[in-house]
Design a protein around this ligand. Structure first.
Ligand SMILES: NC(=O)c1ccc[n+]([C@@H]2O[C@H](COP(=O)([O-])OP(=O)(O)OC[C@H]3O[C@@H](n4cnc5c(N)ncnc54)[C@H](OP(=O)(O)O)[C@@H]3O)[C@@H](O)[C@H]2O)c1
Length: 339
C-alpha cells in the first residue's frame, strides 16, 4: 500500500461532487481517477477537481492500476455491478448507500470481496460523523438510562423531478432505500438489541410503483420501539429523538447531527452539544475507510458487513410488506426471516 491512498470515483453526479470536495481535505489521499459513462462528463468532472486520469467507461478505470480504492456513486441498482467490477480488478470499494437494492445482491458483492480479498464498505457516512460518535458515547454512558423509544424522520419532496432514478423500480427507487436506510441504521445503533418485529405501511405511487412515503415500526428484542418515516413526496423536518427512562435526546437532522440537546429528568436545564463536521461531513468516512485499508481490514470495524446485511434484510422485509418489487429481486423471497 502506498502512503498516499489513490482513489477513483465511479459516476459524476451530485454525491460524487461532495465526495471529491471532501477528499481534497483528507491527508494522505488523492483523487487519481474518475470514470463516467461519457467522455464529456469525465472531462468536466476531472477538470473541476484536477483529476489526472479521466475514463469514459467504468471498465477502463477498473483495469487501471493507478488506484487503490473506488467510490461507487451511481444509482442504487448499479452499486452491485460497479462494486463487483472494481473488486474483481483488485480495488477496495466504498459503495454509496444503500450498498445494494436487496440482500441477495449484497451477498454477491460480499462474495466478490472475499474472492478478491479486498475491503468492502457501505458509505453510511452518518455512522462516522462526530455527532453520531458522541451520541453513541453518551448513550453507552447511560446519560438517558435505558433507551426505550427511538424516533426518526427523513422526508423530502422531489415531485418536480418525476423522471429521477429515485422514482424508478429498475434503479432501486423509493424513499425507503433512498433515505429510510438512515432511519433504520439510526435505530440499529441505539436500540441495544436486534429487531424482533417489523410493521410497515407505504404510499406506493400508482405510476412509479415505488414507496413515495413509508412509515415503519420496529420492535426490538428488548422491547425498545422505533417509529421511523421516509418520504420523497412530502417535506418534513428531519427530526430524531432517543427516549430513555432517565431522559431523552432531541436533534434536527438525526442522521448526521451537528448539534443536539440532552434532557435529563434529574436536571433542570437541558444540555446543548455541538458536534461540527471537519468539512462537508464526508471527510470522516474517507478517513475511516483509509484507516481500514492501511490496517489491512476486509471490512469496516465501525460499519461491519453484517450490519449492512441486517439493514438490507429489514428493507427487503419492509418492501415485501408494502408491495414494492424490483427486477433485481428475481422472485426470491428469502429475506422475511433472519438466518
Ligand atoms: N451519502 C449521501 O448523503 C447521499 C446523498 C445523495 C445521494 N446518495 C447516493 O449516491 C448515489 C448517487 O446519487 P446522486 O444523487 O449522486 O445521483 P446523480 O446525481 O443522479 O448521479 C448518479 C451518477 O451515476 C451515473 N449513472 C450511471 N448510470 C446512470 C443512470 N442509468 N442514470 C443516472 N445516472 C447514472 C452518472 O454518472 P456518469 O454519467 O458520469 O457515469 C450520474 O451522474 C445513490 O446511491 C444515492 O443514494 C448519497
Amino acid at each position: 500500500m502506498n502512503d498516499t491512498i489513490r482513489w477513483g470515483i465511479v459516476g459524476t453526479g451530485g454525491i460524487a461532487h461532495r465526495f471529491a470536495q471532501a477528499l481534497g481535505r483528507v491527508e494522505d489521499a488523492t483523487l487519481a481517477a474518475v470514470a463516467s459513462r461519457s467522455k464529456a462528463a469525465a472531462e468536466r468532472f476531472g477538470g473541476e477537481f484536477n483529476i489526472p486520469r479521466r475514463f469514459a467507461s467504468y471498465e477502463d478505470m477498473a483495469a487501471f492500476d493507478g488506484i487503490d480504492a473506488a467510490y461507487i456513486a451511481t444509482p442504487h441498482a448499479l452499486h452491485t455491478p460497479g462494486a463487483i467490477l472494481m473488486l474483481r480488478h483488485g480495488k477496495a470499494v466504498l459503495s454509496e448507500k444503500p450498498i445494494a437494492v436487496n440482500r441477495p445482491e449484497l451477498d454477491k458483492m460480499i462474495a466478490a470481496a472475499h474472492a478478491a480479498d479486498r475491503l468492502l464498505v457501505e458509505a453510511m457516512w452518518a455512522r462516522m460523523v462526530p455527532g453520531t460518535q458522541k451520541l453513541l458515547e453518551l448513550v453507552a454512558q447511560g446519560v438517558i438510562g435505558q433507551v426505550r423509544g427511538i424516533q426518526a424522520t427523513f422526508s423530502y419532496d422531489m415531485r418536480d423531478e418525476p423522471k429521477h432514478h429515485a422514482f424508478q423500480p429498475q434503479y432501486g427507487g423509493g424513499s425507503l432505500l433512498d433515505v429510510g436506510c438512515y432511519a433504520l441504521y439510526f435505530a440499529s445503533w441505539f436500540a441495544g438489541a436486534p429487531v424482533a418485529e417489523i410493521r410497515a405501511l407505504a404510499d406506493v405511487g400508482a405510476k412509479t410503483r415505488v414507496d413515495e412515503q413509508c412509515a415503519i415500526l420496529l420492535r426490538h428484542e428488548n422491547n425498545t420501539l422505533a417509529t421511523l418515516h421516509s418520504g420523497m413526496t412530502c417535506r418534513r423536518p428531519s427530526d430524531g429523538a432517543l427516549f430513555g427512562d432517565e431522559g431523552y435526546i432531541t436533534m434536527a437532522r438525526f442522521y448526521a447531527p451537528e448539534r443536539f440537546t440532552l434532557h435529563r429528568y434529574d436536571r433542570e436545564q437541558p444540555e446543548e452539544f455541538e458536534t461540527p463536521y471537519i468539512g462537508n461531513g464526508f471527510e470522516e468516512q474517507i478517513i475511516a475507510f483509509n484507516r481500514c485499508l492501511r490496517e489491512g481490514r476486509k471490512e469496516s470495524d465501525l460499519l461491519p458487513l453484517a450490519q449492512s446485511r441486517e439493514i438490507a434484510r429489514q428493507m427487503d422485509e419492509i418492501r415485501r410488506q408494502v408491495g414494492v418489487v424490483y427486477p433485481q429481486d428475481g422472485g426470491e423471497d428469502d429475506c422475511a426471516s433472519e438466518e
